[in-house]
Each structure stands twice: as C-alpha cells, then as structure tokens.
Ligand binder design. Structure first.
Ligand SMILES: C[S@@+](CC[C@H](N)C(=O)[O-])C[C@H]1O[C@@H](n2cnc3c(N)ncnc32)[C@H](O)[C@@H]1O
Length: 194
C-alpha cells in the first residue's frame, strides 16, 4: 500500500496529513487495517479496532511484523467507554463512525482525544434527501439475512453534530468522485479544544 486513502479510489483526495502529526492514533472500524498499518510503519503508535473477529484475525496475521500497531476486537462505543487512554487522533475510513449513532459516539470520541486532538472520518456520499439512520439489508455469515444501520448525513449536518458535541475547527465536505466514478466521499475534520 503506497498511501493513506480516505476515499475508495487510489490516489484520490487528501491523505494522512489530515491527521496532523500524531504520536498516537485510534482507528474505529479498521477492517483490513491498511491505513493503521501505514501509519504505524511511519512511527505512529496505532490502535486499530474492529468488531468483526474475522477482520481482526486476518489483519493480525497480515500485519504481525508491524511494530507499534495494536489490533483490537470490539465495538467502538464499548471500547471508548471502557478505557481512559487518550489519542492525538481518532479516525475512521468508511468505518465505525458511519455505522454508529453520532449522539452516542461523538461525546465518547471527544473524551478520548488529547487536548487539541483531531477527529477525522470519511464515508460514502449521502444521496440527496437522505438524513439520519438508514437500515441496510444484506446477508451475513451462512447467508443469514441481517440489517445494519448506517448514519447518513450531508456534510453540513455532520458539521453541526460535531459542533453540538464541542468540536472546533470543523470542516465537512463531499469530495466528488474522479471522472467516470459515481460515488463521492464525505470527509469530516474536527478538533477538540486545546
Ligand atoms: C465498510 S468497512 C470499512 C473498513 C475499512 N476502514 C476500509 O476502509 O476498508 C466497515 C468496518 O467497520 C466495522 N464496524 C462497523 N461498526 C462498528 C462498530 N460499532 N465498532 C467497531 N467496528 C465497527 C465493520 O466490522 C467493518 O469491518
């Protein structure tokens, strides 16, 4: 992997610079841990969290030789509630932030950020007119039908939610897809007060 990507298109849009120069970082919903391992290889102490045991087992195998990378299994809100370590950056790439009620998650994130720490997340573009919790229907392990909730907001709504929970320097935008591709990427950047 050659870059830290916020979008699903290689080399498109900003990279790890959105996280500043963190010494420590927490990724929420890291799945394959590509971004987390990229950061760890550059000297950041990274905790990468995912609730899927399958993802965690595979990522631990793939990145076992990367120093400074801790891959944890757990649900984002439960993990944030359970500890008190703070991080210079908390981030999520199409990850847990998209799948978690921000009213519950945002206050927990802010308590786990060091003063002045950055909260940055991305997810797929929200179609016009959609706002709030949206169930996604699909098939889980062994073909079982399952529903997963996703929180879909326009950038300005995400910005308002971040401010409502005390974040500052909020920037939220939808980065259009490269030519010929359909789905843009919402990127939200925010900071807790120093
Ligand atoms: C669409 S995948 C994206 C993952 C990865 N960041 C990427 O860019 O490939 C979303 C991941 O978030 C995880 N996830 C969803 N909700 C979560 C939660 N509440 N806590 C922890 N992980 C969660 C899922 O298990 C899944 O691996």
């Amino acid at each position: 992997m050659t870059a830290f990507e916020w979008t699903q298109y290689e080399g498109h849009g900003p990279g790890a610079e959105l996280l500043g120069q963190p010494r420590t970082a927490l990724e929420l919903g890291a799945a394959e841990c590509r971004e987390a391992s990229w950061l760890a290889r550059r000297g950041v102490r990274v905790t990468a969290l995912d609730l899927s045991p399958v993802q965690v087992e595979r990522a631990r195998r793939w990145w076992k030789d990367v120093p400074g990378l801790a891959i944890e299994e757990g649900e984002a809100c439960a993990f944030l509630r359970a500890g008190d370590q703070t991080y210079d950056a908390v981030y999520s790439v199409w990850g847990a932030v998209w799948f978690t009620d921000p009213q519950e998650l945002f206050p927990l994130v802010s308590t786990r950020l060091a003063p002045g720490g950055l909260f940055v997340f991305s997810h797929g573009e929200t179609p016009q007119g959609l706002d709030g919790r949206r169930p996604m229907y699909g098939k889980g392990p062994e073909g079982r039908e399952m529903t997963v909730d996703r929180w879909c907001h326009a950038p300005e709504v995400w910005a308002g939610l971040a401010r409502e929970h005390g974040f500052r320097d909020v920037r939220a935008r939808c980065l259009p897809a490269p030519t010929g591709q359909a789905l843009g990427t919402i990127i939200v950047e925010a900071r807790v007060p120093a």
